[in-house]
Design a protein around this ligand. Sequence first.
Ligand SMILES: *Cc1c(COP(=O)(O)O)cnc(C)c1O
Length: 428
Amino acid sequence: MGQGVLTTGFARVQGELYCEDVPLERIARHVGTPAYVYSASTIRDRYERMDQMLAPVPHRIHYTLKANSSAGILELVRGLGAGADVVSGGELHRARRAGFAPQDIIFGGVGKTRNELAEALDAGILLINAESEAEIRDIDSLARERGIVAPVSIRVNPEITLDSPHEYIKTGGRGHKFGIPHDEALNVALAAAELPNVELVGIDMHIGSQLTRIDPYREGAERLASTIAALRDHGVSSLRYLDLGGGLGVRYDSEQPPDLARFAELVLPVVQATGLELIMEPGRFLVGNAAVLLASVLYRKRSGGKNYVVADAGMTELLRPSHYGAFHRIQSVQQQPQHAIVDVVGPVCESGDFLALDRELEDVQPGDLLAVCDVGAYGYAMASNYNSRLRPAEVLVDGDQFAVITAREQYDDLMRLEIAEPEWTRGL
Ligand SMILES: *Cc1c(COP(=O)(O)O)cnc(C)c1O
């Protein structure tokens, strides 16, 4: 299976941008802007590609909620057969609400609280990906209190140098806070295997995000395989899963998306040789290309020789440009002949509030609609209420139909948790 043509779900029909069979303009009229618009068929396409690519080995695909945890998206992904990968008690709650069976949920993250670990154990999830020896001891004692044996997998930091586009999304290099350093992993795993209320069921890594090359997966898988072999030499026979994490990249601009055929060719033989079931934790790969952020142009203005497009969406709706310096293509929903070089900025009172800088864009005017592309992952999930802005609506398109899956926030939502008449407690 080669790279193939990746379905985008978004295309122009007679100059007008559509999501599947629905004109984006129609959605904007119905729902208003800003709004996230998702293509269901794109998510299905990515899931099926990954599932097919992994077909030569027994495998489980656990969708990583932090990329996008909206119930409508979770429902879709679960319906395709995915499990869930969560990193907080809140995500565990969301996954269960969305109908994921506990045995289809895995729980990772560097700083789980005892409460969160207890919730995971009480739910009876498939496994906890533990990131330190202290955490494994906490799990053991919580499991003992409950009279159970906790399934634990150990996240190893394979200490690989990566080509990820931003420091903030590298997680498997030497000195990162994540996982247990490769050279300590064997001892920690052996200690875990000795604990009476822990069963060591897996070895795990997650080396970074937006990875476009495959060799780091191969290198990491080999390191994990050597730890697995050493554990078996020491008589550990409880291992069932080899978890290679997420991180597969998507195309935002001109980058080559990862070659799945190459992944199958380079990485699966290493997995096969271990005899373990493969777990993958994709986030961005499944949903990244599956959405646009629809925004309206509010104003055009010039300042200091710069040409600005002021939109009704900015860093509060899509943080990636200002947080990671990320590039997102922007298109006018109605095709236009004239182009201009502009900064596309939002209404937030911060100079870092932008969606694009020095970008050649259609010469849009107030009232025109913009589509900020490839925002399905780490888009809505990172939206905030800064400046008391309302988080946008989310809309799912499937063929010629669309539905609001998350309502636009209302003003009263902003103050829902604030206590008008606080109850004072004496501090002494
Ligand atoms: C964020 C994360 C993922 C998903 O990463 P993507 O780059 O979105 O695929 C998977 N596993 C863990 C542990 C993560 O923290």
